[in-house]
Design a protein around this ligand. Structure first.
Ligand code: PLP
Length: 400
């Protein structure tokens, strides 16, 4: 893909209102809202106001399937294999609830560099008979594939790990881990929250049993629309214990006997879904689909390379891998006093975040411009050089 193929991406800048008055470098956390999301949410309000309860049969009951299929088209999961959940932690709990710990096969293998919420879930599940094996991270927060493979054996029921590590944006190579898990008879769950929408993902080709993610970040869809893709040939055998009436083939029979699960991914669902979140997610999915993740990745590589080049020029440490094939959408830059520096950046409307150990995470998306990268790094350098920050300022937000 040559540079010219990416020229038209700049036009998207105007489709995201927040870009008019902020430099938005935080899509790893919350993707920018497309202007069209406001129209879609107005459509939701209009439907609720005018159609009322009729909306369930007219669209809403099957809307999880509708959104799941659109997500499936972005991540290479076949129609009918993606279910919707409130967040990735819940989606993980649903997948885990399909499995049962047995005395001889009760281990969950995950990574120290996985997102903590998922590890909290697994740890709490130990009281139900699961045993957690956390593969340690290296000093640079990467996790060696051979160490993951070595942790898998016939006692392993589930190997759950991040496709892209959240702190460093390092892209794991799932292939050898999937092979080892298969050989040991274990299931694999890949957390794609930091991969879907920013690097090409083909769930079918990855060969994993479960793939989780959400619309919140790189899919620009806001909170509440997380998902779980289940391998289609596995789906008919999956019976989540964490379930509900959306999974039932005849929910309106209100029968209290055994649940008769649907054939499609909605068998993985529970109770009434957050329909407003689905409306919010539609424009982002539509935009990501029309731009194309291959082009997004090409632009993202240009931008992350530029951040690294400027970080080097200013002498800032960065834990980011120098292999562009292994770096996803975020570059962590770690100047002295990174936490107060990140707050000073935010005070100037350069939106970034800070994570202990790695510093300031800079996460451009396809709607950002190279000029914004240059301005972010120039402002960062100026704040550091002039020490234009308050080291003792109290935290002002929940994210730093
Ligand atoms: C890789 C990864 N997994 C999971 C989560 C959290 O997911 P949720 O809050 O939807 O449960 C995050 C949030 O940043 C993440 O980066």
């Amino acid at each position: 893909m040559n540079g010219n193929d990416l020229d038209d991406l700049d036009r998207w800048h105007h489709e995201f209102p927040i870009l008019a008055d902020t430099v938005y470098m935080i899509s790893n956390s919350l993707g920018a809202m497309p202007a069209a999301a406001a129209d879609s949410l107005a459509d939701y309000a209009r439907t609720w106001a005018t159609r009322g309860v009729r909306a369930w049969e007219e669209r809403w009951w099957e809307m999880s399937r509708e959104i799941g299929d659109k997500i499936g088209a972005v991540i290479g999961a076949p129609a009918g294999s993606v279910s919707m959940h409130a967040n990735v932690t819940t989606a993980t709990a649903v997948a885990l609830s399909c499995l049962q710990p047995r005395p001889d096969r009760n281990r969950i293998v995950c990574l120290e560099s996985d997102f903590p919420s998922i590890i909290y879930l697994f740890r709490e599940m130990e009281s139900l008979g699961w045993q957690l094996v956390v593969v340690p991270a290296e000093p640079d927060f990467s996790v060696r594939t051979d160490r993951v493979v070595a942790a898998i054996d016939e006692r392993t029921a589930l190997v759950a790990f991040s496709h892209v590590l959240f702190k460093t944006s390092y892209i794991m190579d799932p292939a050898p881990i999937v092979v080892a898990a298969r050989k040991a008879g274990a299931h694999v769950l890949l957390d794609g929250y930091q991969s879907a929408g920013i690097i090409p993902v083909n769930v079918a080709a990855l060969g994993v049993d479960f793939f989780t993610g959400g619309c919140l970040k790189w899919l620009c869809g806001g909170p509440g629309a997380a998902f779980l893709a289940t391998r289609p040939d596995l789906l008919p055998t999956m019976r989540p214990r964490f379930t509900g009436w959306l999974a039932h083939r005849a929910p309106f029979a209100f029968d209290t006997g055994a649940l008769e699960p649907r054939d499609d991914a909605m068998r993985m669902m529970g109770g009434t879904p957050p329909i407003s979140a689905y409306y919010a997610s539609l424009p982002g999915l539509q935009i990501i689909t029309s731009v194309g993740v291959d082009r997004i990745r090409a632009r993202s590589k240009q931008m992350t390379a530029r951040v690294l080049e400027l970080a080097d020029r200013h002498g800032f440490r960065s834990i980011a891998t120098r292999d562009p094939e292994r770096l996803a959408g975020t570059v962590a830059v770690d100047p002295p006093d990174a936490l107060p520096v990140s707050r000073a950046l935010k005070a100037r409307d350069f939106l970034v975040d800070y994570r202990p150990g790695v510093g300031i995470r800079i996460s451009p998306h396809f709607y950002n411009t190279m000029d914004e990268i240059d301005r972010t790094m120039a402002t960062l350098a100026e704040i550091v050089e002039r020490k234009a920050y308050d080291r003792d300022a109290p935290a002002q937000s929940v994210v730093t």
